[in-house]
Ligand binder design. Structure first.
Ligand code: ZN
Ligand code: ZN
Length: 574
């Protein structure tokens, strides 16, 4: 059985391979649309397949529904197997070259016989690509740059993708009935922004059977190595998985060991030694006689060393060991259940994909008490930003929707921070706004000192604002702005302002080390999703875990307040 993500990936691959074969664009687009529809499903795929209701989803017709059902239940679909067989094996890799779509690949293949990245690189270097019709010297250089970037890019995966794969894998392994406990360890368990590979730990007395069970998972592309207690596989899409199988009594210590981080463990080992123990992947043992200290849970390891239990997401050697020894870890680290309101969402009024009512109902279904509707401001013209007149019409619609839902709707805007640090907020409506999020969406490449001046000026505006996706980074895609973070944090601490922790898996911004520097200054936070769709609201947990990695407690989170108190705390005109 495939999960949602894998089904969507397979549909996307079918679309690209069809395009490579010169199939008609409507058919190609149908698969892309189908992939997006499956990605964005809020309902369980299992139920939809079982009840044969896939065609009820907009964008999914009868033919596509059959393929999705086949993919979901068998892990394979004949069309994809056939397409893969018909095309040269180097083609899927060619699709990964930046700026090189299926149409260009097909043209290059026809003209030069290019069928792999290596061949394409050689053709570019020999100046043969520029001779092909429709390509020039500039395109050739762009392709070559793309290949070089592909070659040097570290093989990292976004946390959200790794977690989706890990959760599906853990569920699959549990369903074997062969393992007592199964968990993912490593950086996924510490909620690091990007992940190298998956480390999974299982407690079982039948390691060989469990390893065979893993190898039979439909999402496994290749069995790399199989030993008595360790199996390595590569998943479709390239993610590598190490499964370690141990006896139940060794499970907690191995899970602890493989969770890391390395720096945390190095310090912990030194500490264990001072206290008369050795700590290794086999657990704690007494230095005096080598006898093992039984650890049934990770808590037992920390307790034996005389310290508080340290949650996985804090294990980075950034002061957590010292704090745990002093029994001074922050109490009441924020949890998803603490959040009462959804802050920062977009609707079809600007660049969102769901209507205001759909977003309201979805947030209400998640148990939220309020929702701040924050579409883009007028200077974000590319994103359909709202001018004053449209903002007022949006409020009329909000009033109509408010009649139908229980969740309280708050009037907001995601105001652009302009070049000089002014906020793009309609002056005459300021009094009537409940929430202002202030973000940069333009001129992101200005120098560090200019960017610092711009942000400091913005934060000092006499309007309460929440600093949105603070550093502008897009993980694996775009570097954060160069700026003097301490100068901006000082300005925020002295101004009517708070900071967003943006849970969009591509952003996870502000990052934990800066969050901690903000906390030292007494700054408050809003944990948001920046959702542009109903599915995007589910990213709230990424905001929560990023905040926890920065040691944020419930008391420091504005949207852990009930609606009225939140509205008072963030009222723009103070
Ligand atoms: Zn934004
Ligand atoms: Zn936004």
């Amino acid at each position: 059985m495939l999960d949602k993500l894998a089904v969507a990936d397979a549909l996307r691959e079918i679309g690209k391979l069809l395009e490579l074969q010169g199939e008609n664009p409507f058919k190609v687009r149908a698969y892309e649309a189908g992939a997006r529809a499956v990605d964005g499903l809020s309902e369980d795929l299992d139920t939809l397949v079982a009840e044969a209701r896939l065609t009820e989803i907009p964008g999914i017709g009868k033919a596509l529904a059959e393929k999705i059902a086949q993919l979901y239940t068998t892990g394979r679909v004949d069309l994809l197997e056939r397409l893969r067989g018909e095309l040269p094996p180097g083609f899927p890799e060619l699709l990964r070259v930046p700026d090189l779509g299926p149409r260009k690949i097909a043209a290059l293949h026809a003209a030069l016989g290019v069928a792999s990245v290596a061949e394409l690189k050689a053709a570019c270097e020999a100046g043969r690509v520029r001779e092909v019709r429709g390509f020039g010297e500039k395109t050739e250089k762009k392709i070559l740059d793309g290949i070089r970037r592909l070659e040097t890019r570290p093989q990292r995966t976004l946390l959200s993708e790794a977690r989706a794969a890990a959760e599906a894998l853990v569920a699959y392994l549990r369903s074997s009935g062969l393992a007592g406990a199964v968990e993912v360890a490593g950086s996924v368990r510490r909620w690091k922004e990007t992940v190298g590979d998956l480390d999974v730990v299982a407690a079982s007395r039948k390691p060989r059977e469990l390893s065979a069970w893993l190898a039979a998972w439909p999402r496994v592309e290749q069995l790399v190595a199989r030993g008595d207690t360790k199996t390595t596989v590569r998943l479709i899409g390239g993610l590598s998985v190490d499964l370690r199988v141990v006896l139940p009594e060794d499970y907690a210590t191995l899970l602890h060991h493989l969770t890391g981080s390395k720096a945390h463990h190095v310090k912990l080992r030194g500490l264990a030694r001072e206290r008369g123990y050795t700590l290794s992947e086999w657990g704690l043992a007494r230095l005096s006689d080598g006898s093992k200290v039984r650890a049934r849970r990770e808590e037992d390891i920390y307790r034996t060393l005389g310290m508080q239990m340290i949650p996985p997401e804090l294990r980075e050697d950034e002061g957590e060991i010292e704090a745990a020894l002093a029994h001074a870890l922050p109490a009441g680290l924020v949890e998803e259940e603490d959040l009462r309101g959804m802050v920062h969402v977009h609707t079809t009024w600007s660049d969102g994909h769901a209507t205001l009512e759909e977003m309201a109902r979805a947030a209400e279904a998640m148990g939220m008490g309020y929702l701040t509707v924050t579409d883009h401001s007028r200077s974000a013209a590319y994103a359909g930003g709202l001018d004053a007149a449209r903002l007022e019409s949006q409020w009329e619609e909000m009033a109509r929707v408010q009649e139908k839902v229980k969740i309280r709707l708050l009037r907001g805007t995601e105001a652009d921070i302009l070049d000089d640090g002014a906020l793009d907020v309609p002056e005459r409506l300021l009094e009537k706004l409940d929430v202002v999020i202030a973000s940069v969406h333009s001129r992101m490449k200005m120098g560090a000192s200019e960017m610092t001046r711009r942000m400091v000026a913005a934060m000092r505006q006499p309007v309460f604002k929440i600093w949105g996706h603070a550093t502008g980074r897009l993980l694996l895609e775009r570097e954060p702005y160069g700026l003097d973070m301490d100068a901006v944090l000082d300005a925020i601490a002295a101004s009517p302002a708070a900071i967003e922790v943006n849970g969009d898996p591509h952003r996870l911004d502000l990052e934990p080390r800066f969050i901690r520097r903000a906390r030292e200054r007494g700054i408050r936070f809003a944990l948001s999703t920046d959702a542009h769709s109903v599915a995007g609201l589910q990213n709230l947990r990424y905001a929560v875990m990023t905040a926890r990695r920065g040691w944020v407690t419930r008391a420091e989170v504005l949207n852990a307040l009930p609606a009225a108190a939140f509205a008072r705390a963030v009222r723009p005109v103070c």
